[in-house]
Design a protein. Structure first.
Length: 211
């Protein structure tokens, strides 16, 4: 399976504390976008990725954050195509492994475990970035810390981390692709925030179940 093999290669780099990992971030098209249009967007992204040297692609998940403010939204919230679907398409078009973002939302433990199993079995995803809820001070069915522990202990052997934002990077410009090195747009992946550091970019404070 291309997706699983690609994820394995990215995992090796993420787990290497001496290396730097270069990631490209993208958001899936809006929910309701025609399949051929989604395909076209992925093809254009793949063409763009051929111009830079990256280790992987971060595919974001978004959630309604209207609870953060009492102000009325100027427009209705619109979700996106499932990041797992788009991640699989991006890998198929570009050959690059992906990190799938997932907002835990209002999942309880049963639904979360089902989501993890489907993610492994149906999508072949290996790297997950699990993030919390948009509103603090609200009790949710499943704590973010519990969601991360369950993902790390899942039989699929996910590589699990917190926030990763590919747009925050070092001051070094993206390097052109060379025959022996494939890297661009550095980022640090940790459990709370993304910081600029040229020394290394890895899944810090991450857990990974043994294969």
């Amino acid at each position: 399976m291309v997706g699983r093999a690609a994820s394995s290669a990215l995992t090796d780099k993420l787990l290497d504390p001496s290396g730097v990992v270069f990631l490209y971030g993208t958001t899936p098209p809006r929910v309701g976008t025609a399949n051929d249009a989604v395909q076209s967007v992925a093809e254009k992204l793949a063409a763009r990725l051929r111009e830079v040297a990256v280790d992987g692609v971060v595919v974001y998940d978004i959630q309604d954050e209207s609870g953060r403010t009492k102000l009325v939204r100027p427009f209705a919230f619109t979700g996106t195509v499932d990041p797992r679907d788009y991640s699989r398409l991006v890998t198929a078009q570009s050959g690059h492994p992906t990190i799938v973002y997932k907002c835990v939302g209002d999942f309880d433990e049963t639904r979360w475990l089902a989501w993890l199993t489907q993610t492994a079995d149906a999508y072949g995803a290996g790297c997950l970035s699990i993030v919390g809820r948009p509103t603090s001070g609200v009790r949710y069915p499943l704590a973010l810390s519990s969601a991360i522990r369950l993902a790390a202990a899942h039989p699929a052997g996910f590589t699990v981390g917190g926030v990763v934002i590919a747009e925050r990077h070092t001051s070094s410009p993206p390097r052109p692709r060379s025959p022996d090195r494939s890297r661009s747009a550095a980022t640090t992946f940790d459990g709370s925030s993304t910081t600029s550091t040229p020394a290394r970019s890895r899944l810090a404070s991450m857990s990974r179940a043994s294969r």
